[in-house]
Design a protein around this ligand. Structure first.
Ligand SMILES: Cc1ncc(COP(=O)(O)O)c(C=O)c1O
Length: 367
């Protein structure tokens, strides 16, 4: 049972408005994991200035953004595919590589399974281990790679926050190479991590020709409504993905936003510092005030297991009455009806969240 995830995801403000009879300005959204500082300050201004360029088609080859991203990541432009969000890249990976079997590690982002199944792949699951904060066993993971044509790995994983070490990533890639399996590492949230924690196979793409990295620009730059993401891989793989893409699927305003966002270093650094600090505060505060288990997330969200007195759906409903949206995780395979996820927002907003959780759960105010 969940209220606002009618279409499978958090951040559905229309559903929330209808359920809780509030307008968007009254809602504080912890159900989608978006940069709490919003887009870089100059970005909105620039989009307003450039809005008249929508009378032209966008560049079908995304040349400028590809060049900028190639510079940023020290790769060739041919190693990059720009997509209408990382979600489109997931779809193109499946369409372009045509796996017959796709491996997923539950609990994980639902689109891996949904798109792979929709395009005809058979899903093969493995489960993260509760006693290891949902990291899968090494042997299960290596076996999954051996037994499938393509495996999705969230890094950091949504909703658990599981992150892999460099050695673990290399071992997965070596296994993928050996067993001729595509390894899709979804790094949609990696930008929120401080640099030393951003373990990635980015520098290893020439060596591992089966590896595809996915990045999202919608979360870190707070433009989910505009849609922008990209994939990084060997040029041969990128060409296969690109062959399945609808021309102009990435719109002009998204390309402009992407090019501008990459020059906003100060905003990036401020975001990373805020998220790290606030995540620790929110985790401690929930543990101390409510006594719930908070899993050790690494990105801009936390997975929480509420004690038996109440389900996550009941909590979501009561919090919604107060204008605060949280993400029930009951529908994730591998999780329970006691699990929910919250985004990390600004200090003041996080305090509102904690206060409301205490009112609902300890003081029984609204249920
Ligand atoms: C793990 C993960 N990957 C990819 C996506 C899709 O991101 P985008 O908005 O760039 O399509 C999401 C969105 O929630 C996500 O959680």
């Amino acid at each position: 049972m969940a209220y606002i995830e009618r279409y499978g995801h958090g951040g559905d403000l229309l559903t929330a408005r209808q359920l809780f009879l509030m307008d968007s300005k009254q809602l504080l959204d912890f159900s989608a994991n978006i940069n709490p500082l919003g887009p870089p300050p100059r970005l909105i201004e620039l989009l307003k200035e450039q809005v008249e360029t929508i009378v032209h088609y966008p560049d079908p080859a995304h040349r400028i953004l590809k060049q900028e991203l190639a510079k940023k990541h020290s790769v060739l432009p041919e190693q990059i595919l720009i997509g209408n969000g990382a979600a489109e890249c997931i779809s193109l990976v499946i369409l372009g590589l045509q796996p017959q079997t796709a491996g997923v590690i539950y609990p994980c982002f639902s689109e891996y399974e949904q798109l792979a199944a929709a395009y005809g792949a058979k899903i093969k699951p493995c489960y993260g281990k509760l006693e290891n904060d949902f990291k899968p066993n090494r042997s299960d993971l290596l076996q999954l790679i051996a037994e499938t044509d393509l495996v999705f790995v969230g890094h950091p994983n949504n909703p658990t926050g599981v992150l892999y070490s460099r050695e673990e990533l290399i071992e997965m890639a070596e296994q993928a190479q050996k067993t001729n399996t595509y390894l899709v590492i979804d790094e949609a949230f990696i930008d929120f991590l401080p640099n030393p924690k951003q373990t990635s196979l980015l520098k290893e793409l020439d060596r591992f020709k089966q590896v595809i990295l996915l990045r999202s620009m919608t979360k870190f730059y707070a433009i989910p409504g505009l849609r922008l993401g990209y994939a990084l891989a060997h040029p041969g793989l990128i060409a296969k993905l690109q062959a399945k893409q609808v021309t102009w699927s990435v719109n002009q305003m998204a390309l402009i936003a992407g090019e501008a966002a990459l020059n906003e270093k100060e905003h990036e650094e401020k975001t990373i510092v805020l998220v790290q600090e606030q995540r620790n505060n929110v985790k401690r505060s929930i543990e101390e005030n409510l006594g719930w288990r908070v899993f050790p997330g690494q990105a801009n969200f936390l997975l929480v297991r509420i004690t038996d007195k109440m389900t996550a759906a009941e909590l979501q409903w009561s919090m919604g009455q107060k204008g605060i949206l949280i993400r029930s995780c009951a529908m994730y395979p591998g999780l329970t009806k006691q699990d929910f996820r919250i985004a990390i927002r600004t200090e003041k907003e996080n305090q509102c969240l904690i206060q409301a959780l205490i009112e609902v759960y300890i003081k029984n105010e609204t249920w």
